[in-house]
Design a protein around this ligand. Structure first.
Ligand SMILES: Nc1ncnc2c1ncn2[C@@H]1O[C@H](COP(=O)(O)OP(=O)(O)O)[C@@H](O)[C@H]1O
Ligand SMILES: [Mg+2]
Length: 317
């Protein structure tokens, strides 16, 4: 559905998107995950033909973004990072304006507006002015607006940015419903790991305009190499003993803590504790946070002010 070829965007010296190559399949829910300034919005805006690439191109729904932008535009819906509905109009009126902009046939307008309002749970508030909506409702209205012309591809740029945790979870439910009920390819950007993990079939982690990891959430987590067992030790521990255990894949020792990467921590924890004098132990399955930390440690050499660790500081907990 989308084929990105050597896509690049430069602003003077800054390379916001750096020779990106990526394919996204039909009906995939693809997440572009990365810190602020990674280049996520720039990618989306180029794919949506709102921003001209410095070089490279992309094919969206069979149309080239450079040579066939109007065909691309009629294939896509987009929800911007910053809200763009008219506050003084009602939800219904906002959608009504857009059906004419997007040339939804007049015989279908009313029906389609009601259908998208239902989908995002705003049917009962459609005649209220948008200024009376909560942040979550505004975002849902924008999703509804992006859906009016039944696009093949939908771009959601940071759909939950600035929402409180409960509105965020509600938004996730609506996005899941959207994926189920409307046949479409969805590309969403986010800097929330749990969000990408929860919603996406596949994730591209982007940093400084480059994809640095690309896979399903499960595979990304699997790349960590097993469950994580953290043990605070009472006395010096003989790591060689632990290394001999068949289910232990990797051992790290950090300030009196031993971190083990093991197969099936739950089944093996009792055995592990036979080999260490533990003061405290915890174990868990890896999450995307661990994937970031691993990527961070790979990139540690180029660290420093504005370096990888700083850019990922928000994930470091
Ligand atoms: N119009 C612009 N002029 C100059 N630099 C820009 C412009 N738009 C974006 N940038 C820069 O490009 C980089 C990527 O920005 P953006 O795509 O908005 O990142 P993200 O959406 O991942 O937070 C950032 O360093 C940003 O400051
Ligand atoms: Mg952005």
């Amino acid at each position: 559905m989308i084929k990105i070829q050597n896509l690049t965007k430069r602003y003077q010296k800054l390379t916001a998107v750096d020779n990106l190559n990526l394919e996204i399949a039909k009906n995939e829910v693809f997440g572009l995950l990365g810190p602020n300034g990674a280049g996520k919005t720039t990618v989306i805006h180029m794919l949506a033909t709102l921003l001209k690439p410095t070089s490279g191109t992309a094919i969206v729904n069979g149309y080239d973004i450079i040579s066939d932008p109007s065909k691309v535009r009629s294939s896509i819906g987009i929800v911007f990072q910053a809200p763009s509905s008219d506050d003084m109009l009602t939800g219904y009126e906002n959608l009504r304006v857009h059906t004419s902009l997007y040339q939804v046939p007049s015989s279908q307008r009313k029906k389609r507006i009601q259908a998208v309002l239902e989908l995002v749970g705003l049917a009962d508030r459609q005649h209220d002015q948008v200024k009376k909506y909560s942040g979550g409702m505004r975002r849902r209205l924008e999703i509804a607006r992006g859906l009016l012309h039944k696009p093949k591809v939908m771009f959601l740029d940071e759909p939950t940015l600035g929402l409180d945790p409960s509105s965020r979870e509600m938004m996730w439910k609506y996005i899941e419903k959207l994926v189920k009920e409307e046949e479409m390819t969805l590309i969403l950007t986010t800097h929330y790991m749990e969000e990408a993990d929860h919603l996406c079939n596949r994730i591209g982690i982007i940093d400084q305009g480059k994809i640095i990891a690309l896979d399903t959430p499960a595979n990304l987590k699997r790349s960590i190499g097993g469950d994580i067992v953290k043990i605070k030790t009472k006395s010096h521990t003989d790591l060689e003993e632990l290394r001999k255990l068949v289910y232990v894949r990797k051992i790290e020792s950090v300030d009196g803590n031993v971190i083990l990467y093991v197969d099936n921590a739950r089944a093996n924890i009792a055995d592990i504790l036979q080999h260490v004098k533990a003061e405290y132990v915890e174990f868990r399955s890896p999450d995307l946070n661990d994937v970031f930390l691993k990527l961070a440690s790979k990139n540690i050499k180029e660290d420093g002010e504005g370096g990888f660790m700083e850019r990922y500081a928000q994930y470091g907990k």
